[in-house]
Ligand binder design. Structure first.
Ligand SMILES: [Fe+2]
Ligand SMILES: [Fe+2]
Length: 141
């Protein structure tokens, strides 16, 4: 799967983070395809986990600030995403069918962005349009 601009939710800083996470996923995918040893794969998985954790924290803080009504449910869906990263790491370490697992995580992640994240973006666009012009995180995240 490739990142597609139609996945954008319209909040630039968040979209950049989503894209970055996707790049990490693609790096894992090609590492698995090349049958890289675990220490190399582990490096990519760690990068993915770090940028995902940071992203989810930024998102949760944002939803708190704008008092998004579904913020508790949204946070719960993030917990599931983090659990899946742990599962992915375990299974890659044990050399289970890595390629399909990474693909599965990609689909799950994109689905979260297109459903959950897009819903809060619509809320922010309606209630706090000025926020859409601001950078929410340092560049390069
Ligand atoms: Fe997100
Ligand atoms: Fe989210």
């Amino acid at each position: 799967m490739k990142w597609d601009d139609s996945f954008a939710i319209g909040i630039e800083a968040i979209d950049n983070q989503h894209k970055k996470i996707f790049e990490h996923l693609l790096a894992i995918e090609s590492s698995v395809a090349k049958r890289d040893p675990w220490h190399i794969l582990h490096f990519f998985v760690t990068q993915l986990a770090e940028s995902l954790k940071l992203h989810l924290e930024v998102e949760e803080a944002l939803l708190e600030i704008v008092r998004y009504p579904e913020r508790v449910e949204h946070r719960e869906s993030h917990v599931r995403l983090l659990q899946q990263i742990d599962e992915l790491e375990d299974q890659l370490r044990n050399k289970a069918s890595g390629e399909s697992l990474v693909g599965f995580f990609e689909i799950w992640f994109v689905r979260h962005v297109l459903n959950g994240d897009r819903e809060y973006a619509a809320y922010i666009r309606e209630k706090f349009p000025a926020l859409l012009d601001r950078s929410l995180a340092p560049a390069g995240l």
